[in-house]
Design a protein around this ligand. Structure first.
Ligand code: MN
Length: 231
């Protein structure tokens, strides 16, 4: 079989490897830090209710160090720094939380870029979030650090600086749903697959990115991500 048109798989680099990580899907968790939910005027996720999920297209990934074009169709581009989980194995059907961490290939730091004005409009009308979240270049992500190297960085701190000024900072321990629980909940809706990425939700302090802004994202002791917003 050959493809009738040029075909390719989006990918993310892996720290210390020449091989790259093929991206299957990008899932995102909403409202997973209480203080961020409050700043958005929303109720935080409750551990007794399923978390909110949405998706980005796989080819929204942007590599470390890139210049990211300011997206069309918005005048309010926002940053959301997040831990990203990369799956190295899949699972058919629902996976128990106690088994879920075995699927993890590694971790990265990423930014869930958001057209906040379009999201606010969608929320007001009860419409889907797709155009606010799933756009071109909306998923900058660091190199993935294999879990064999890093372990599970659940004691680390997530942070973002814009033009050298700290704007978001929180320990990962403040996540309402941890990685194992998120994978369990996600598997109730989708078959998890090798190559899936999961953006785990952002802490408080989201705000605008303007043309020319430089950002530096970090999961302490694990990974860093730099980028520039272009024109
Ligand atoms: Mn987010």
């Amino acid at each position: 079989m050959t493809f009738a048109l040029p075909a390719g798989t989006p990918s993310v680099s892996i720290r210390g490897r020449d091989e790259v990580f093929p991206v299957h899907r990008i899932y995102c968790v909403g409202r997973n830090f209480a203080e961020h939910a409050k700043e958005m005027g929303a109720e935080p996720s409750r551990p007794t209710e399923p978390p909110a999920f949405f998706m980005k297209p796989a080819d929204a990934v942007v590599a470390d160090g890139a210049t990211i074009p300011y997206p069309r169709g918005t005048s309010e581009l926002h940053h959301e720094v997040e831990l990203v989980v990369a799956l190295g194995a899949g699972h058919d059907g629902v996976i128990a939380a106690s088994d879920a961490l075995a699927l993890v290939y590694g971790y990265a730091v990423g930014i869930d870029l958001t057209r906040r004005d379009l999201q606010a409009r969608a929320k007001a009308k009860g419409l889907p979030w797709d155009v606010a979240k799933g756009f071109d270049h909306s998923a900058p992500i660091s190199a993935i650090v294999p879990v064999a190297v890093s372990g599970h960085p659940f004691d680390a701190e997530l942070s973002l600086a814009v033009n050298g000024r700290s704007v978001q900072r929180a320990p990962l321990s403040q996540m309402i749903f941890g990685v194992a629980d998120v994978l369990h909940e996600l598997s109730k809706l989708y078959d998890l697959r090798a190559g899936d990425l999961v953006f785990m939700g952002t802490p408080a302090g989201v705000g605008p990115l303007h043309q020319g802004d430089r950002f530096h994202a970090e999961v302490s002791g694990l990974a860093t991500l730099d980028g520039v917003i272009g024109s």
